[in-house]
Write a protein that binds this ligand. Structure first.
Ligand SMILES: C[S@@+](CC[C@H](N)C(=O)[O-])C[C@H]1O[C@@H](n2cnc3c(N)ncnc32)[C@H](O)[C@@H]1O
Length: 317
């Protein structure tokens, strides 16, 4: 399935084999049975207006008629999934990229607010790093948007995420003369090698006795990168980081302590559901977050909890 997110609307497509097995297009032009189609073939299925998540169940269940709704459900169960925004795409498949965190609404909003600001993907950016890269969407997006980009470095602590990012950079390297490299390690280890632009969509959900390294748990990584940002970016360099109201106060303290932070500007905010099942199904974790007054009941939308994400542009001396 391809999810193509525009500003305010999301188009869903069937691709390749899904056109045969879900949409029932199983005859070629001469009436012969076909079993599969290339992944480059796609058919529009549905448009969701103003989704708050890439998988916004409250909107999906309202799709009419029911056959179209069920088709969308089938597409969401089918992989590989391609996520495309503004002409840039990545794919992932849980069978190959086990437990890799694919792009979410946080990812797309990070790219969207950055692009619309006109301040992030500027002509002076030649070297780019995505820390905590997952599928690598933000690094790839930045590399395409910054017309003078020559170097892209992708970092994740999880080996399969780097495998996924590698799979997604193949076409980038064909379309642009760019040197792409990878590191599997704690992002903090990258201090010292400096880049013009760093993208960071990190874990941000606080937990008692945090064990770091997951896609969503803990806030100290974000704080460490922000506080020591001067060691990660070149003079005048930028870090674009996604934060959440769940831990915003802690991140802002880190900004206050950051050495050489010249400016901290908000590029955009979005109020959206918190939909991280392993957190919300864990009673101890939820009661900790509620006790700390870090989870708010979602108002006016059919999800239990909501939070506000903020996309920051940090510039260092
Ligand atoms: C919320 S996901 C974001 C993935 C990607 N940036 C995106 O926007 O789609 C966070 C990612 O951070 C990685 N991660 C967690 N702790 C890390 C650490 N200490 N160093 C490097 N990567 C880490 C996880 O493996 C995961 O891929």
């Amino acid at each position: 399935m391809t999810l193509s997110e525009g500003v305010g609307e999301q188009d869903l497509y069937a691709i390749g084999q899904e056109i045969v097995s879900i949409l029932g297009e199983d005859r070629d032009k001469r009436g012969r049975k076909i079993h599969t189609l290339p992944i480059t073939e796609k058919r529009f299925v549905a448009r969701i207006k103003n989704p708050r998540l890439l998988t916004d169940i409250t909107k999906i269940i309202k799709i009419k008629p029911p056959t179209k709704r069920d088709t969308v459900f089938s597409l969401y169960q089918s992989y590989p999934r391609y996520v495309e925004y503004d002409g840039v795409w990545v794919w992932y498949d849980p069978k190959t990229h086990v437990d890799v965190w694919g792009p979410t609404s946080d990812t797309i909003r990070n790219a969207d607010f950055s692009n619309r600001s006109g301040k992030v993907y500027t002509d002076d950016v030649e070297t780019i790093e995505e820390l905590c890269c997952g599928s690598g969407f933000l690094g790839k997006y930045a590399a395409i948007k910054c017309k003078n980009a020559k170097e892209l470095h992708l970092v994740d602590i999880y080996k399969k995420a780097i495998q996924c990012a590698q799979d997604n950079m193949e076409d980038l390297e064909k379309q642009k003369d760019i040197n792409v490299s990878y590191s599997i390690c704690d992002a903090r280890k990258m201090a010292g090698k400096k880049y013009n632009l760093i993208n960071l969509n990190p874990p941000y959900i606080l937990r008692q006795k945090t064990i770091e390294g997951s896609a969503f748990e803990g806030i100290s990584l974000s704080c460490d990168i922000i506080e020591n940002g001067r060691d990660f970016v070149t003079e005048g360099g930028k870090i674009v980081v996604t934060t959440s109201s769940i831990s915003e106060d802690i991140v802002q303290d880190a900004m206050g302590n950051a050495k050489g932070l010249k400016s901290a500007e908000i590029l955009g905010k979005a109020y959206q559901p918190l939909k991280v099942n392993p957190v919300l199904n864990n009673k101890d974790w939820v009661s900790y977050l509620l006790g700390e007054k870090r989870l708010e009941r979602m108002k006016g939308y059919d999800y239990e909890y909501g939070h506000t994400i903020t996309i920051w542009l940090l510039t260092y001396e």
